[in-house]
Unconditional design. Sequence first.
Length: 212
Amino acid sequence: MLDQMPVSELSLNELSRRVGLAKSNVLRYFESREAVLLELLDRAFRQWVDEVTGKLPVAIDPKRPADQRGDQLAAVLARSLVRRPVLCDLISAQPGVLEQNVSVDLVVRFKRSGLGSLHALAGAVRREVPELGEDATGLCLMSVVIAGALWTHARPGPSALGAYQADPALADLHLDLPTALERTLATLIAGTLARPPGRARRRRSGRPAVAR
């Protein structure tokens, strides 16, 4: 169904009809429509992480300097995400839709699973770009968040498309997802590599850095 329609249009009634079960029977297995979608997001995210961790050793040249390996990392992350539109759609809907109308226990299970996948991805990233150090986990998380945000903005509605056509001066606001995502991730990675080691750790501890 998600290959045929966006997350926002998928209803529990239609899902029940397609699987040949009464809506009440579907709700015996899942708390809500959102619970079904969270399960799909968890599976899709794990599959994507497996794909990326397998590609990184081949796509990143260990002989290149850190900045070039960072660009290669950005390309792998961006291109693999763009090839998974359902995953991007689910990510974009996660905070405002999927994590509503579900129990705390379900969200805890979902986030624990996602955190495990995120750590696996960060470990693979550190092996290829060790200069990222402990910032690799945060970088991987922000890469996913950025992908969800850009996915939404790169799919304008009919009125916005009409505005772009009516006024060519607005063309810069019409995002091309593959280009925008790869450039944004490359900038994020380059900025992370340029930061002094340990800066993020000091901030997380709640203690201000001491000027030296």
